[in-house]
Ligand binder design. Structure first.
Ligand SMILES: Nc1ncnc2c1ncn2[C@@H]1O[C@H](COP(=O)(O)OP(=O)(O)O)[C@@H](O)[C@H]1O
Ligand SMILES: [Mg+2]
Length: 266
């Protein structure tokens, strides 16, 4: 089995990208899948949310891997987390300069693809957490990915600004990554009691149809607290509604994958 590479992307900040990357990755790891999470945001919230702020592999962080003169051995940038089965390529502040530094490098849009593809045999899922922009780092994530998972904040006018993301996906499909699919659109910070959340949910389902996950992530304080303890919500408070939602999302994805493999293998 070869890993599926999933980029978690939305150029808007604060929509739940990092929370989703951490908690979905941890839920799949606890379901005995081999999972790698890659932090490509200079803010390094994924790294700190897993309790590994300031940590690096002996070869460095994702910054050194992305900006090396020649494509290095990516396994040398992987560190282990406290979640069994979940590994991490960490980020740190140095990554802020990477977009500028990468401009002069060969393969600047396909670097992360070349790095991640070395590890396809070692994992079942590889998640790439991307920064809140459509710059070269996010582009690298989308070019490396098999699919994109798009978290949308249920309490904003979530469709606003999505046109840019959709255009970017079309451009990438037309050039560097023709097979890029949509893993799913995930409604986050949902509050079913508000009219706005309900309206956003209807609009998104009209627009993205069956690409929207059945699982909806509620607004839940535990999801906000867990990162400051360096833990995924499933370890911080497994009974919280937030943790439960990400376990349900993992099950939804695993259920879909087992249906797909049954239909391709007869
Ligand atoms: N479902 C949720 N309920 C409550 N707080 C959340 C939820 N999802 C994310 N948060 C919090 O909202 C903030 C933004 O989420 P984050 O995942 O960092 O977004 P992004 O990576 O898209 O910028 C963080 O402080 C996070 O802990
Ligand atoms: Mg983030």
């Amino acid at each position: 089995m070869s890993a599926r590479i999933v980029a978690v992307a939305n150029q808007k900040g604060g929509v739940g990208k990092t929370t989703t990357a951490i908690n979905l990755a941890a839920s799949l790891a606890l379901a005995d899948r081999r999972v790698l999470a890659i932090d490509t945001d200079p803010q390094a919230n994924l790294t700190s949310g897993l309790g590994l702020k300031g940590q690096a592999a002996p070869s460095g962080t994702v910054y050194q891997a992305l900006t090396a003169a020649t494509i290095p051995d990516f396994a040398a940038y992987v560190i282990e987390t406290q979640v069994s089965g979940l590994s991490l390529v960490p980020s740190d502040r140095h990554l802020t300069g990477a977009e500028l530094e990468m401009i002069s490098l060969d393969h600047r849009e396909t670097r992360l693809r070349e790095l991640t593809h070395q590890l396809l045999g070692d994992y079942d899922y590889i998640f790439i957490d991307t920064p809140p922009s459509l710059g070269l780092l996010t582009l690298n994530g989308l070019v490396a990915a098999d699919t994109v998972l798009i978290p949308l904040h249920s309490e904003y006018f979530a469709l606003e600004g999505l046109a840019d993301l959709v255009t970017t996906l079309q451009r990438i499909r037309a050039s560097l990554n023709p097979d890029l699919g949509i893993e799913g659109v995930l409604l986050t910070m949902h509050d079913g009691r508000t009219n706005l959340s309900q309206q956003v949910s209807r609009d998104i389902r009209d627009f993205f149809k069956d690409k929207v996950f059945d699982t909806v992530v509620p607004r839940n304080v535990r999801l906000g607290e867990a990162p400051s303890h360096g833990l995924p919500a499933i370890l911080y408070d497994v009974k919280s509604r937030g943790a439960e939602a990400y376990v349900a999302l993992a099950k939804e994805i695993l259920g879909r994958d087992s249906l797909a493999s049954r239909s391709t293998h007869g």
